[in-house]
Ligand binder design. Structure first.
Ligand SMILES: [Zn+2]
Length: 184
């Protein structure tokens, strides 16, 4: 979340051109000392607090938090973005639990997973490639992207990990890299 400060500072030219909205959990924007600085919040026309299952609307896109994650230190949610034609699901950091799978509507056009580790690691509140495989099998997206790698994952080579996931699930899985653009 500390990144939000620098992104907003450069993207809004020091708040001169405001972004449309920020959707963020209560612990990021509330209280006396929020993670997102009060100065940074001025760079948005609207601030929306994330609530599970609530729909937010922006220029024909419906934005909906669909799964609450288990993540130490900050509240995180899987977010679904949909239009009348396409459905995109972003799965940020969080520890895998079985119940999360049921929260995704099947067959989205694309899912992006913060896939930090190769194997489940109970000490960290992050998904592994094995967890991601379980989700892909059940939810069956048309395409998937893995990103947010640990050093361990970089050593294993994310492209190889993505290829193995593709081979095992039959779903096209792409390893994210800087500047990657994906059509879906
Ligand atoms: Zn993380």
């Amino acid at each position: 979340m500390a990144d939000v400060g620098s992104v907003v500072e450069s993207g809004t030219e020091s708040n001169k051109k405001k972004f449309s909205f920020l959707l963020a959990p209560e612990d990021a924007i509330g209280g006396d000392d929020p993670v997102v600085l009060k100065y940074t919040m001025k760079g948005f026309k609207q601030i929306w607090q994330t609530e599970i299952y609530r729909n937010y609307y922006y220029e024909g896109i419906t934005i909906r938090p669909v799964v609450e994650h288990i993540h130490q230190g900050a509240k995180t949610y899987s977010i679904e973005f949909s239009t009348d034609k396409k459905r995109f699901i972003f799965v940020p950091c969080g520890k895998f639990y079985k119940g999360m799978i049921a929260g995704y509507k099947k067959n989205p056009d694309i899912m992006v997973f913060n896939t930090t580790f190769l194997r489940p690691n109970n000490n960290f509140f992050h998904l592994s490639a094995e967890d991601v495989e379980k989700i892909i099998r059940k939810v069956n997206p048309k395409k998937a992207v893995i990103t947010h790698y640990s050093l361990q994952m970089l050593r294993e080579n994310p492209t190889k990990v993505a290829k193995a996931l593709s081979d095992r699930t039959g779903v096209e899985v792409i390893a994210a890299e800087d500047g990657l653009k994906v059509e879906f």
